[in-house]
Design a protein around this ligand. Structure first.
Ligand code: HEC
Length: 199
């Protein structure tokens, strides 16, 4: 009697699993899910990706060790790297992200606002490791810990940074970094007007 009952439950579980596998394979093989980036993710998919991403970063960033306070040099260094590698997708105070990045799904958030949601350790982890299935690259593969710490220091300060501060920081950051000025804008003249970048 109980043995029969147990066998029934086992069959029920196996049956449910088979149905789940069938649904999964049907979605994958029939092309039912629209992968077009011109179309928004379905709400359930968006929720799953968001929640998975937040929980995963929270769980894994615990081992990141950062200095108690960030020096001005570190922030300026990070600002230079940010202007080189991140601003296209994430924008900056007074600077919109590029048009092509608005066509990405998920759309890279304006970090001037979104950075406030993350701790410095989490930002470090995200920049080092990137985020699968989102287009956020892993910078740890070709940037050293110091560069990533600089980026972290700068991104942590992005919320609340004014366009003037950003321009001042990226100007000095580019000049201070060893030979990597992103644009040929190195005219050290006294009355250099902050001309709008031509694009
Ligand atoms: C090619 C575009 C691209 C570039 C370049 C890029 N990112 Fe991202 N980044 C993304 C996308 C897309 C996400 C969003 C992921 C999501 O919401 O699922 C993201 C997410 C993030 C997040 C988490 C913010 C949030 O709330 O989702 C941080 C922090 C971040 N990026 C920092 C950086 C930094 C710092 C750089 C430069 C070193 C950088 N990114 C370069 C595309 C990019």
């Amino acid at each position: 009697m109980t043995r029969k009952f147990g066998a029934g439950i086992a069959l029920g579980i196996i049956g449910t699993l088979l149905v789940a596998v069938a649904v999964w394979l049907t979605i994958a093989y029939t092309g039912a899910y629209n992968v077009a980036a011109s179309d928004q993710h379905a709400d359930a998919v968006r929720w799953t990706l968001d929640t998975t991403m937040h929980r995963s970063v929270e769980r894994r960033s615990g081992d990141v060790e950062l200095p108690e306070t960030f020096t001005d040099e570190l922030v300026a260094d990070g600002a230079g790297h940010y202007a080189e590698s991140c601003v296209y997708c994430h924008g900056a105070p007074g600077q919109e992200p590029t048009d092509w990045s608005r066509g990405m799904r998920p759309e890279p958030p304006h970090l001037t606002e979104a950075a406030a949601e993350w701790s410095a350790e989490e930002i470090y982890w995200i920049v080092e490791n990137g985020i699968k299935m989102s287009g956020m690259p892993a910078f740890g593969a070709h940037h050293g810990p110091e560069e990533i710490a600089g980026l972290t220091a700068f991104v942590s300060q992005l919320p609340g940074l004014s366009p003037e501060d950003y321009r001042a920081l990226t100007g000095s950051g580019a000049a201070a970094s060893e030979g990597g000025a992103p644009t040929g804008e190195a005219t050290g003249g006294a009355g250099a007007e902050p001309a709008a970048p031509a694009d």
